[in-house]
Design a protein around this ligand. Sequence first.
Ligand code: GRF
Length: 203
Amino acid sequence: MTSPTRLAILASGSGTNLENIAKAIDEGAVPAKIEIAISDNEEACALERARRRGIPTKVVRPADFPSRDAYDHEIASILQDAKIELVVLAGYMRLVGKELVEAFYGRMMNIHPALLPAFPGTHAVKDAFEYGVKVTGVTVHFVDEGEDTGPIILQEAVRVEEDDDEDSLYARIHQAEYRIYPEAIRLFCEGKTRLEGRKVRII
Ligand code: GRF
C-alpha cells in the first residue's frame, strides 16, 4: 500500500471545509494525512477545529513580515520542511504570490463558492445572488497567480430557488463544497488528476 499523501490546509476563517476534509480522511474516503493546518489569523475557528482533531497548527501573522513576498516565502519554507505534497486552501483569505504558486503549481488547490469563471473574488455568493442567476455552484481549481483563475478540477452546480436569500443559498453551496472538495483531493491523491495546460483531465 502506498503511504497517504501529505497535506497542508491553509485557512483563515471558520474552517468547516477543513473539518469536513479531516472527517473524510478519518473515515478512509481520502488517502491522505493532514500534516499541518496554517492560518494567517490567530483567531480563526479553523485552528480550534484542527487542534480538536489532533492536527498540528501554526499561525503565521502577516504583520510580522515586511512584504507579501516575505510572508509567502515563510509559508513556502514551512510547507517544504514538512514535505507537503498537496496544499489545500480552504477559506484562505490571501492571494498567493509568485514564489508560492511556482513552488506548488499543480499541487495547490482552492475552493470557490461560484461556477468560475463567473463571480471570482471574495463576495461570490452575494455577487451571484444579486446578479439574479438561476444556477450557481462550487469550483475546485488549482491555484495560479490570478484571483480564482487556475485550471478547474471539479465543479458542482447549485440551483437558486425562488425563496432563497443569500444565507440559504450559501448553506446549499457549503453542502456542495463538502461533497466536491474531498472528492477532488481524493482524485489527486490517487493520481487521477492530470494537468494539461489549462485543462485538468480526470483519468
Ligand atoms: C468557502 O465558502 C470557500 O468556498 C471559500 O471560503 C469559504 C470557507 O468556508 N473559499 P469555511 O471556512 O471552510 O467554512
